[in-house]
Design a protein around this ligand. Structure first.
Ligand code: BTN
Length: 244
């Protein structure tokens, strides 16, 4: 991946750039990266802080031959790949919080946003956006995020990393897991995700716009849905929520 790399100093969002390229039949594996995003986007319509010089913001175009309902599998795949890519390049050991937050010391150090272009029954393109907080110092984040967000350098006693090394490692790991997925299906990805995820096996609270569900996180389904066993024994399927 990244053999074709479109690098821009400043963009609105690398997601928008990648969507445009995907609409023009750009082949899979193309990466759009930027040093700064003016309107970085996070999950659930949240903004993503993406200033210049400290992080790396990129989006990758994939074209798996899958049905739209299987696209969340690629979100979990990306979480595995980013976790392993960071670990290989830095020696730090991030953990995953469902569905795809990458945490160090329970604070977020990378985020993933998966979007797709699709027909009713076939995916045309999946755009995976990855934001890596690499060399931010502690004053970088707005006060409301300071207890929730971190960077690789902050978790490495302030010693900075080369952004290109981390990014190359994440892309290598993405390419490996995507290949495994295309040849062997989702099973291996799901097992690795469950090993790397702190959510599974714990008592959790899933808060969405519609409801709050509390209980024991049993695992994920093949669609990437989180299964929570409630006190009364019923199992609730969680498609989209924040986990406390
Ligand atoms: C999240 O955890 O909420 C997802 C954050 C995803 C951020 C990345 S940075 C590169 C790409 N471009 C965007 O606008 N968002 C994603």
């Amino acid at each position: 991946f990244g053999q074709k790399l479109v690098y821009k100093e400043e963009v609105t969002s690398t997601q928008e750039e990648a969507h445009k390229l995907a609409g023009k039949n750009e082949p899979e594996g193309t990466v759009v990266a930027a040093d700064k995003q003016l309107q970085g986007r996070g999950r659930l319509d949240r903004p993503w802080v993406s200033a210049s010089g400290t992080g790396l913001w990129f989006s990758i175009i994939l074209r798996p031959d899958i049905r739209p309902q299987n696209a969340p599998q690629l979100t979990l795949l990306a979480a595995v790949a980013v976790t392993e890519g960071i670990a290989n390049a830095s020696g730090l050991q991030p953990r995953i919080k469902w569905p795809n937050d990458i945490l160090l010391n329970e604070k977020k150090t990378a985020g993933i946003l998966t979007e797709m272009q699709s027909d009713p029954d076939r995916v045309q393109a999946v755009i995976i956006g990855i934001g890596l907080n690499i060399n931010h110092d502690k004053d970088h984040f707005p006060p409301e995020l300071q207890s929730k967000a971190t960077s690789l350098a902050l978790e490495n006693n302030g010693t900075a990393f080369h952004r290109a090394d981390i990014t190359a490692s994440v892309l290598r790991s993405l390419e490996y897991w995507y290949g495994t997925y295309l040849t062997g299906g989702f099973g291996a990805v799901r097992r690795r995700w469950e090993e790397l995820a702190d959510t599974i096996g714990n008592h959790v609270r899933a808060v969405s716009r519609f409801k709050t569900v509390e209980g024991y996180a049993e695992g994920i389904t093949d669609d990437g849905v989180l299964l929570i066993k409630q006190k009364d024994g019923t199992i609730e399927k969680i498609y989209s929520a924040d986990i406390d």
